[in-house]
Design a protein around this ligand. Structure first.
Ligand code: COA
Length: 146
C-alpha cells in the first residue's frame, strides 16, 4: 500500500479525532485539533492511503526557532508500515523550512515503539520527569537539532 504525507486541513479534523481516540489515552479536543490545523504557529500533517483515507497524523507548535511535537499517532491497523517515520521526517523537513533549529518532545518511558521511532530519527534524551504521568509513569524528554 502506498502511503503519502501532506498538510492536514480542517476537513481532516474528524479523521484525526478518530485516530486519536484509537491510540491515545487522553485524546485532544476538537478545538485543540482545529487550532493545530489553523493556527499560524502550529503544524499538522496527515498520512493517507491511495484512496484518501487518513491513517495517521502528527502535530507540532513552534515559537521563534524552537518547536515541540505535541502528538503523533497512526491507526493501529496501519502501524509498522513506515507511516510514523514518514510523518516525522516530513514534519522535521517542514519545521526546518520554517527556521526551526531545535525540536522537543516528551514521551512516556514505557512507550517503546514511539521511543524507537524518535531515537531512529536522531532524537536524544536530555531529561526525565519522574512520575509525570502518574505514579511510576515517567516522562522522557527528547530533543533534536535540525
Ligand atoms: C509511535 C507510532 C506513531 C509509530 O508509528 P508507525 O507507523 O507504526 O511507525 P513506523 O512503521 O514508521 O516505524 C518507525 C520506527 O519506529 C519503531 N517502531 C514502530 N513500531 C514498532 C514496533 N511495533 N516494534 C518495534 N519498533 C517499532 C521502529 O524503530 C521503526 O523503524 P524501522 O521500521 O526502521 O525498524 C505508533 O506506534 C502509534 O501511533 N502509537 C500510538 C500513539 C503514540 O504512542 N504516540 C506517541 C506519543 S509520544
Amino acid at each position: 500500500m502506498d502511503i503519502k504525507t501532506g498538510p492536514a486541513v480542517i476537513a481532516d479534523v474528524d479523521s484525526i479525532m478518530r485516530i486519536e481516540a484509537s491510540g491515545i489515552a487522553h485524546p485532544w479536543t476538537r478545538d485543540s485539533i482545529e487550532a493545530l490545523v489553523n493556527d499560524d504557529n502550529k503544524i499538522a500533517l496527515k498520512a493517507f492511503t491511495d484512496d484518501g483515507e487518513v491513517i495517521g497524523y502528527v502535530g507540532a507548535s513552534y515559537v521563534l526557532d524552537e518547536a515541540e511535537i505535541g502528538n503523533i499517532c497512526v491507526l493501529p491497523e496501519y502501524r509498522g508500515q513506515g507511516a510514523g517515520k514518514m510523518l516525522l521526517n516530513d514534519l522535521l523537513e517542514t519545521l526546518k523550512t520554517c527556521g526551526i533549529v531545535t525540536v522537543f518532545l516528551e514521551v512516556e518511558s514505557d512507550n517503546t515503539n514511539a521511543i524507537a521511532l524518535y531515537e531512529k530519527a536522531g532524537f536524544t534524551r536530555y531529561n526525565l520527569r519522574k512520575d509525570y504521568y502518574g505514579e511510576g509513569r515517567d516522562a522522557m524528554l527528547y530533543r533534536r537539532s535540525l
